[in-house]
Write a protein that binds this ligand. Structure first.
Ligand code: DAT
Ligand code: MG
Length: 138
């Protein structure tokens, strides 16, 4: 078994809607382990680094503004194949069409905003996970 770690964020929409407990419960119910957890109001510079790959895209500015709009819950989650496993639990990016049974599919929808408010973030590869855990937890 190779234990992996991933960075999970409950985004400002998820925290504001009181969905943090449900997100963490789904992670734990799947059998993954929380190894770090904190509530933070992130700074712009940190968010711009976090979303570096999207710099220059039309939604980059609105995405950073959205992530600045309220506190987020950041977690490091551990388990065998957790990077893929959490992405699967989260569902596809667009919440309106994300599969029912997933976090985004069950709890999210399009609110008519410029940015998809889709409740959670999960790292998409081992390289991103290492980079993002460094950004959020040093
Ligand atoms: P994911 O969060 O599924 O990894 P991503 O990395 O492609 O998706 O994009 C980061 C976030 O940016 C995503 O969670 C929501 C927002 N986003 C992505 N594509 C978008 C688009 N075309 N229009 C509006 N917001 C978008
Ligand atoms: Mg992504």
């Amino acid at each position: 078994m190779t234990t992996e770690r991933t960075l999970v964020l409950v985004k400002p929409d998820g925290v504001a809607r009181g969905l943090t407990g449900q997100v963490l419960a789904r992670i734990e119910a799947k059998g993954y382990r929380l190894v770090e957890l904190k509530l933070v109001h992130a700074e712009r510079a940190l968010l711009e680094r976090h979303y570096e790959e999207h710099r220059g895209k039309p939604f980059f500015g609105p995405l950073v503004e959205f992530m600045l709009s309220g506190p987020v819950v950041a977690a490091v989650v551990e388990g065998h194949r957790v990077i893929e496993g959490f992405r699967s639990l989260a569902g596809s990016t667009e919440p309106t069409t994300a599969a029912p049974g997933t976090i985004r599919g069950d709890l999210g929808r399009d609110w008519g905003e410029q940015v998809q408010q889709n409740i959670v973030h999960g790292s998409d590869s081992p390289e991103s996970a290492e980079r993002e855990i460094g950004i959020w937890f040093g």
